[in-house]
Design a protein around this ligand. Structure first.
Ligand SMILES: C=C(O[C@@H]1C=C(C(=O)O)C=C[C@H]1O)C(=O)O
Length: 338
């Protein structure tokens, strides 16, 4: 039995793979060639995200913990919690405008988090169909989404409210699918990247309200001064607030990897008061998103060189939040086992 419940771990598995003995499934996200609404399935909080173009790309992300979870539905959200961690997932149906439904979905999640008592949000993922297309009012869907999210966050946390590492990426259908992880007692610290303007401070040219997320979030057990598990947000070829190397996927990849390395670096962790440091070789559960299928080999070879041989890496061909971005990467650098 683990003494501190830092037994949260994400893994990529084949569909229907069971957790190892003594471990329990807190949540399951299946990346499919269609979407599947959030529900409790076979006792597990489950959702399917339309991210795979064909059967070869099917993969399932599971979140396992040490304690048996309780699962259920709250409004349209499916959730499960084990006393230390909460997993929650929802889908917003396709529609002409997302501002209001995103606000409502975030409201429901904030309510659930406070009712169940998991105040520290660790990580959020959003998969947004037609992310670069215009909504019914002519606003880009990503901007429309950011507007609803910013309003919900302002209302709950105030304008300076801090949000965790996130991903806001395209999908192939199903409106907006999203999920989050939160903790009860773990220590959460949100990290920025000195090479990038914090996303909540992006200028107005990127939309009426900025994206609210941190570049990374660290989760440590109480009493541990080090970084714990570091969840790195979806990262792209952005320096300052500007996209760099438009049209050149190899160079975009380099800048993306350099951004991730910078966030994880000892220098950056120390600047955030954390006596620790990580490198790209520590990253696990790496998800790579590329806009154009034809860039796969170039991106794959850059990633093979940058990441550890033992890292799980998956590739999805989807649109990215800015139409000039060709690649985006995220990952998790877990703390060394005690
Ligand atoms: C790539 C960027 O943003 C993307 C959008 C996010 C969001 O809106 O939640 C989070 C990370 C990335 O997936 C960026 O702005 O650097």
């Amino acid at each position: 039995m683990a003494t501190y419940p830092n037994g949260l771990r994400g893994r990529l598995v084949r569909p229907h793979e069971e957790p190892p003995p003594g471990r329990h499934l807190l949540g399951r996200i299946a990346f499919l060639d269609h979407h599947r609404p959030p529900a409790v399935r076979d006792g597990v909080a489950d959702m399917g995200v339309h991210l795979a173009r064909d059967e070869r790309a099917l993969v399932t992300e599971v979140w396992e913990t040490d304690a048996p979870p309780t699962s259920g539905m709250y409004q349209d959200l499916v959730y499960a919690h084990d006393g230390e961690y909460l997993f929650c997932a929802g889908q917003i149906p396709e529609g002409g405008s997302y501002r209001e439904p995103v606000r409502e979905a975030y409201d429901a999640a904030f309510d659930l988090i406070s009712e169940l008592g998991y105040p520290h949000v660790i990580r959020i993922w959003h998969f947004i169909n037609d992310i670069n297309r215009a909504n019914a009012d002519g606003m880009e869907i990503y901007r429309d989404f950011c507007l609803g999210r910013a309003e919900a966050v302002d209302r709950r946390l105030g304008p300076a409210g801090e949000m965790p590492a996130a991903t806001g990426i395209g999908s192939l259908g199903g409106g907006i699918s999203w999920y989050l992880l939160a903790s009860r007692s773990g220590r959460i610290r949100h990290l920025e990247n000195p090479l990038q303007v914090p996303a909540p401070s992006y200028p107005h040219r990127y939309g009426p309200r900025p994206p609210k997320f941190a570049r990374a979030t660290s989760l440590s057990p109480p009493g541990l001064d080090g970084a714990g598990d570091v969840f790195v947000a979806g990262t792209a070829s952005i320096l300052g607030h500007e996209t760099i190397h438009e049209g050149d996927v190899a160079k975009q990849c380099d800048v993306t990897l350099a951004n991730m390395a910078k966030v994880l670096s000892r220098e950056n962790l120390l600047a955030h008061g954390i006596d620790d440091g990580r490198t790209l070789k520590d990253l696990r559960l790496v998800k790579v998103y590329l806009r154009r299928e034809e860039d796969l080999e170039a991106v794959r070879s850059a990633c093979a060189e940058a990441f550890s041989d033992t890292a799980e890496i998956v590739y999805f061909t989807v649109d990215i939040c800015r139409s000039d971005l060709l690649v985006e990467i995220e990952g998790i650098a877990p703390r060394a086992p005690a």
